[in-house]
Design a protein around this ligand. Structure first.
Ligand code: I3P
Length: 128
């Protein structure tokens, strides 16, 4: 489950399990491949980890595990979408480099928290 983690020097803001699929790379459309991902919001980045079942609290810490990928949130855009998936509770994250991800949870409150928390980071970076 998602939880707020203490700031241990790298602004670790949030971590939790979401369904994820990448739908574009550099503006080029990709085939969808939904899978559960352990998502960590730290500093200016959203970091994705594979195999969340094997993650333990100590292995969430950036630098202490191997991320599958990470996303720079500076200049990124978030949009709720009903058109890009048959699933409910889906938002799209688009990076300045034209990478696009869909993130989803069956739990309404949980996905709303993620949307708000990521948008707050994007807004903070916009003001810098
Ligand atoms: C896709 C798979 C995805 C679905 C996608 C399908 O089929 O069922 O879950 O996306 O729909 O094409 P396949 O496994 O054969 O690639 P959603 O679950 O988000 O709806 P789409 O093509 O309409 O995006």
């Amino acid at each position: 489950q998602s939880m707020i983690l203490p700031d241990n020097g790298k602004e670790l803001e949030k971590a939790g399990l979401l369904n994820k699929t990448k739908i574009a790379e550099g503006g080029k459309k990709l085939r969808k491949n939904w899978s559960p991902s352990w998502v960590v919001l730290v500093g200016n980045s959203l970091v994705f980890f594979k195999d969340p079942k094997s993650q333990t609290p100590s292995s969430w810490k950036p630098g202490n595990s191997r991320p599958e990928s990470s996303v720079d949130l500076r200049g990124a855009k978030l949009h709720w979408t009903n058109e890009l998936s048959s699933k409910k509770n889906v938002f799209k994250l688009r990076t300045v480099t034209g990478n696009e991800f869909l993130l989803q949870s069956e739990t309404d409150s949980l996905i709303r928290e993620w949307y708000t928390t990521i948008q707050n980071v994007i807004d903070r970076l916009d003001r810098e």
